[in-house]
Design a protein around this ligand. Structure first.
Ligand code: ZN
Length: 340
């Protein structure tokens, strides 16, 4: 970042330093055909009491992932100031235009918020949102929880995750928070391409950063919303912001040791899953077939596991295009119980 950057055009209707519960907006001016002096109004809640750590809780970084928004709209409505020591900042739908459109990226500029960091105050709408998180909200936070799911084109085992980091002390604090979240699975995650991610921005500032993947397919379920609601309260308890100890249950630790985890489609066609999420696979096992759909009588392409592990993610829905992520195999770590 240059020191000469202009101020963000986004203004908050709430006071981040005031005690109590405030519901308001991050208002981003957006002049357009149907609203000359219009704005994007991103809902935000701040719950604060006295001194203490700050948690920044976000969903809707991608607009078609729903456990985070469901859990965070619910929490924003219910969390009382007298239950908090410190501050909780809740943005249930970060990329609000994408969330309202039900799409991964913004309908305004096609911006993928999680590839737009650090953003620009004079950039696109999506870049302006990234810049506001980069320069205003992340610096306020001690612990950051960013909810993801698979969206309309992926489906995951429900897991909380953190990344391997150069600072091992920071990495441990992140994994302690993952353990506290206590999803059925906990992942040591690698990214296909970490450039421009909110994750990377938060980690580079030394924050404790936890993310999730909680199923997908462009919807949510009672089970996965339950995991999200319990997980967010567990993280707030772990951070000492809400009283009590996290309500943990056994979690299965998974690892993504290399890019061999990912299988990308080299064919267009119809996906036949040969194993389901959570199933054990060995090197060479067929995990999926892609059937050509132009005519009958042609053999499907077979896609095999390159690692021993479990199926952690799969393409969704039933048709696939060349280049799409078909499957992710994660290895199972020895420690399978909650270790926090
Ligand atoms: Zn996502």
């Amino acid at each position: 970042m240059t020191p000469l950057q202009r101020p963000s055009p986004i203004s908050a209707s709430i006071d981040f330093d005031a005690d109590g519960v405030q519901h308001g907006f991050l208002r981003l001016p957006y002049s357009r055909d149907d609203s000359a002096w219009g704005s994007v109004m991103i809902p935000i809640t701040v719950v604060k009491r006295g001194d203490g750590p700050t948690a920044l809780l976000t969903g809707g970084n991608h607009g078609d992932e729903y456990e985070g928004p469901v859990a965070l709209f619910d929490l924003a409505r219910r969390l009382r100031a007298d239950a908090v020591q410190g501050r909780v900042i809740i943005v249930p739908a970060m990329n609000y235009p994408a969330f309202r459109a039900g799409t991964r990226t913004s309908p305004i500029d096609r911006g993928n918020l999680n590839r737009s960091f650090p953003g620009r105050p004079d950039g696109t709408v999506t870049e302006k949102i990234a810049d506001y998180f980069q320069r205003t909200l992340l610096p306020l936070a001690d612990i950051v929880l960013d909810f993801h799911s698979g969206g309309r084109t992926l489906d995951f085992l429900p897991y909380a995750a953190a990344h391997e980091l150069p600072d091992k002390e920071q990495e441990k604090r992140c994994f302690d928070a993952v353990a506290a979240f206590s999803a059925p699975y906990s992942m040591r995650m690698i990214e296909i391409d970490a450039v421009g991610m909110y994750d990377t921005a938060a980690e580079a500032m030394g924050k404790v950063f936890v993310t999730t993947e909680l199923s997908g397919g462009g919807t949510s379920s009672a089970r996965t919303v339950g995991i999200a609601k319990r997980g967010v309260m567990n993280v707030l308890k772990h951070a000492g912001i809400v009283a009590g100890v996290p309500e943990t249950s056994p979690t299965r630790w998974l690892d993504m040791p290399s890019s061999d985890c990912f299988r990308f489609a080299e064919d267009d066609g119809l996906v036949e899953s040969c194993v389901d999420l959570g199933d054990v696979v060995h090197v060479g096992d067929v995990i999926a077939r892609i059937h050509p759909v132009g005519r009958t009588g042609q053999a499907p392409a077979e896609y095999r596991a390159a690692l021993d592990g479990v199926l952690a993610a799969r393409h969704f829905p039933g048709l696939i295009k060349t280049g799409d992520c078909l499957a992710v195999v994660a290895t199972v770590e020895e420690k399978t119980e909650s270790e926090n």
